[in-house]
Design a binder for this molecule. Structure first.
Ligand SMILES: Nc1ncnc2c1ncn2[C@@H]1O[C@H](COP(=O)(O)OP(=O)(O)O)[C@@H](O)[C@H]1O
Ligand SMILES: [Mg+2]
Length: 320
């Protein structure tokens, strides 16, 4: 592949307006390329909504935003509930129908405070996100971004249970600049807003057809044996050497042996390659934030480095 891939333009738009948050930016790109959902945990005011809006604008994707709350009803998420009254020979009939909207018609959606929705609505919502179907009809959704605020009152904010959390293949812990002590980036935000008016409109730079084209390519990205074996070794290492087990981790076979391949392939496309290299194992970082204990997550770069440099020494793979 020689021409610049279209995701560079999306990254540019995000970089133009949002300082830092590299991981959230890459996760958003991987999410729309692979059509997997993203879970972002982070405090309010750290540009989560803004980044999702920039991507949808720059990628000309239909966007739906919803702030979930304790009384969220499913009908608020899937469109408008219309009630009509008909007079028939047998009397009046009250009819209820859904005019589709919300998550049923959007291509990218942001569901803020996802775990706040009451169980009944949340279950149906997650089922729709999962199956990408409403009754028997396919929905056009590429990626749902669920957010959660870690500092919120626990009483209102129970975390998603593991089975639901696992459906969000990409997972990011986003601290924000202040709590992340990123003072240089903080200065850049202040500079940005000191020098520029905030009414910049994000131009549409990539069309839906391009995403469809790349989604087609995704399946044919080659994954060489050395990458397959290093992935297997990675999971074995987490469990054998780093104490991950079913009580402290969420290492499902589906996520690590099936979904991870999609994310690694998306990572290869993002880097202009039509085949994976061990470099793409770095994409596993975007999947593990809430799947392994925090102290293991902090060592992830090292773990991946050790695994891939061992492979490099054997000379069986070239890491670009
Ligand atoms: N890293 C950043 N770079 C640029 N602007 C930022 C950054 N973090 C916060 N902001 C500003 O703060 C606002 C709050 O963002 P918002 O996307 O609503 O946060 P969240 O959805 O995380 O609560 C943004 O619209 C932007 O003006
Ligand atoms: Mg927000």
């Amino acid at each position: 592949m020689t021409t610049q891939n279209p995701f560079v333009a999306l990254k540019e738009e995000m970089d133009n307006l949002v300082v830092g948050h590299e991981e959230v930016k890459v996760a958003l790109l991987l999410g729309i390329i692979s059509r997997e959902h993203i879970y972002i945990e982070g405090p309010p005011g750290t540009a989560k909504t803004m980044l999702a809006e920039i991507v949808s604008g720059a990628a000309s994707l239909r966007f739906f935003f919803y702030q979930l709350h304790r009384d969220t009803r499913l009908s608020e998420l899937i469109g408008d509930l219309v009630i009509s009254k008909e007079t028939t020979d047998n009397g009046e009939i009250i009819k209820q129908k859904v005019v589709k909207g919300g998550i049923l018609t959007s291509e990218i959606c942001l569901l803020d405070d996802i775990s706040r929705a009451p169980g009944e609505s949340l279950n149906v919502l997650l089922r729709i996100l999962n199956e990408r179907k409403f009754f028997n009809e396919n929905i056009p959704l590429l990626t749902a971004i669920g957010t959660s605020n870690p500092t919120a009152d626990e009483y209102y904010n129970e975390p998603l249970d593991p089975a639901n959390l696992d459906r969000f293949v990409l997972q990011i812990n986003s601290q924000g600049l202040s709590y992340g002590r990123k003072w240089d980036e903080a200065k850049k935000v202040i500079k940005l807003y000191s020098e520029r008016s905030s009414d910049y409109e994000v131009p549409a730079r990539v069309s839906r057809e391009v995403f469809d084209e790349y989604f087609e390519k995704l399946g044919s990205v080659d994954i060489p044996l050395v990458v397959q074996e290093t992935l297997a070794k990675f999971v074995a290492t987490l469990i054998e050497d780093y104490g991950c087990n079913e009580t402290n981790s969420l290492i499902s076979d589906r996520t690590f042996f099936v979904k991870s391949l999609k994310i690694m392939r998306a990572h290869a496309l993002l880097n202009d390659r039509d085949h994976c290299t061990t470099e793409d194992l770095n994409a596993l970082k975007y999947m593990t934030a809430f799947r392994v204990p925090e102290e293991v997550f902090q060592q992830l770069d090292q773990i991946l480095d050790d695994l891939t440099s061992k492979k490099k020494k054997t000379g069986t793979d070239r890491v670009s």
